[in-house]
Ligand binder design. Structure first.
Ligand code: ARG
Length: 460
């Protein structure tokens, strides 16, 4: 033996320092330490239960591992790269502490199933944390939606003024997206929550292990069915990063609106001073950097997804070292998505909407043209025809530099005999919003009903 490495039995030369640095994952996988120790304690208890180690050895190993946990948490642990990864570092520390018994811990397992187990344990916690943060953002949005139930603004398609809407309706649209994100994460959690230990290197083990017992100790409802699949599966990691990508995309689009709306040209919203930054050269500026960075970081998460999918696409069965490249994109995704959720919740709660400005914008620009066309439909004019009539009417308004409510009834009638005095009831933004009372529409009573439902679901 030329080296102190656990696997160096068949080697005649020590590992090149460059290779050690190149292959080591400890600088990033050290964040798995708690899960590695938790998994090892369960594995050790199972080994004792099966008579593969003695009760004394079990005790020594468990207290050794607990001691190591204490050292790590106290910041007194050696993370040098020659220890390769967190799994070997913990095992070596254990052997240093308890000697012979420690050498028995790796019985019936491989780092291939161990790393999969650690990642699953880690992700269970992180998904719960992300779900909590999504919940906070949803509540924050709901609170603002309730507050802005009378605020009307233009709704846009193609970023062209389309029809007046309630700000609450707009906000609840984002809440729906976040709700689907939550659902997706919960489903992903079920596929994370599968116990992969006991698959060993790839083919299982000849030793009499008890996988059900390990699953029970670690609270896994299911056990991976196929040892080869278990050590080569990173679907659950890709899935989590995909779910995070959609979540980021939703936050990014919301931020994009806030960026546009906070511009002087729109002036719909003011982002609180505490969530904006200034310019080093232009004294007048207040920049929406937080919103911009959430939008920007979304790109990083997409990159992480593509990284992992690309790492996995050509791998032969089963474990390959390439798979170690799953960790940095995953950890970065988890940190980024949590950071963005947290800061966006804070920012949303402090938004100040300029209600007058929004209403003014909603009233202008012929935003009620569809209402006028619908009015003619109610008077028996076929929709295609009424669409043409109102189109010509708008053309006329543009030429005369007038808005629809400023037209006289004679002017209306020049375009269709179907117009009566009652057309003026359909021209304001308020009328327009409240007329859209179809299921899922923007009418105040429909939005209020939806808010009630959401609150009831939250309580139930
Ligand atoms: N650090 C490795 C990883 O993250 C652990 C598994 C290594 N297994 C092996 N046979 N070299 O993938």
């Amino acid at each position: 033996m030329v080296d102190k490495k656990p696997w160096s039995g068949r080697f005649n030369q020590p590992t090149d320092k460059l290779v050690e640095e190149f292959t080591a994952s400890i600088k990033f996988d050290k964040r798995l330490y708690r899960y590695d120790i938790e998994g090892s304690i369960a594995h050790c208890k199972m080994l004792a239960m099966q008579g593969l180690i003695s009760p004394e050895e079990e005790k020594e190993i468990v207290s050794g591992l607990e001691g190591i946990l204490g050292d790590i948490e106290a910041g007194e642990f050696d993370y040098s790269p020659d220890l390769e990864d967190i799994h070997m570092a913990v095992e070596k520390a254990l052997i240093d502490r308890v000697g012979k018994a420690g050498e028995k811990l790796h019985t019936g397992r491989s780092r291939n199933d161990q790393v999969s187990l650690d990642m699953r344990l880690y992700l269970r916690d992180e998904v719960e944390g992300i779900l909590d943060l999504v919940g906070v953002l949803k509540s924050s949005i709901l609170r603002v939606a309730k507050n802005e139930i009378n605020t009307i603004l233009p709704g846009y398609t193609h970023l062209q003024k389309a029809q007046p809407i309630l700000l609450s309706h707009y906000l609840l649209a984002y809440r729906e997206m976040l709700h689907r994100d939550e659902d997706r994460l919960k489903e992903c959690y079920d596929r994370i929550n599968i116990m992969s230990l006991g698959s060993a290197a790839l083919a299982g083990t000849s030793l009499p292990i008890d996988r059900e017992y390990v699953a029970e100790l670690l609270k896994f409802p299911k056990i991976a069915e196929n040892s080869m699949d278990a050590v080569s599966d990173r679907d659950f990691v890709a899935e989590l990063i995909f779910d995070a990508s959609l979540l980021m995309m939703h936050m990014s689009r919301f931020c994009e609106d806030l960026i546009i709306w906070s511009s002087g040209e729109f002036g719909f919203v003011e982002i609180s001073d505490s969530f904006t930054t200034g310019s080093s050269i232009m004294p007048q500026k207040k920049n929406p950097d937080v919103a911009e960075l959430i939008r920007g970081k979304t790109g990083r998460i997409y990159g992480n997804l593509v990284s992992l999918l690309t790492v996995m696409k050509g791998l032969p069965m089963s474990y390959n070292r390439d798979m170690q490249e799953d960790k940095e994109p995953l950890f970065d995704t988890v940190d980024t998505v949590k950071g963005c959720l947290h800061i966006l919740s804070g920012m949303v709660g402090k938004l100040k909407f300029n209600r007058e400005r929004m209403l003014e914008a909603a009233a202008g620009g012929f935003s009620t043209a569809t209402d006028v066309a619908d009015y003619l439909v109610m008077k028996g004019v076929p929709f295609r025809e009424s669409h043409g009539i109102v189109g010509r009417l708008v053309g006329y308004c543009i030429e005369k530099n007038k808005e629809l409510p400023a037209l006289s009834i004679e002017e209306f009638r020049k375009f269709s005999p179907g117009f009566g005095e009652d057309v003026y009831k359909y021209l304001t933004a308020e009328d327009s919003v409240n007329s859209r009372s179809s299921y899922g529409g923007t009418a105040r009573k429909i939005v209020l009903k939806r808010i009630k439902e959401i609150e009831k679901q939250a309580k139930g």
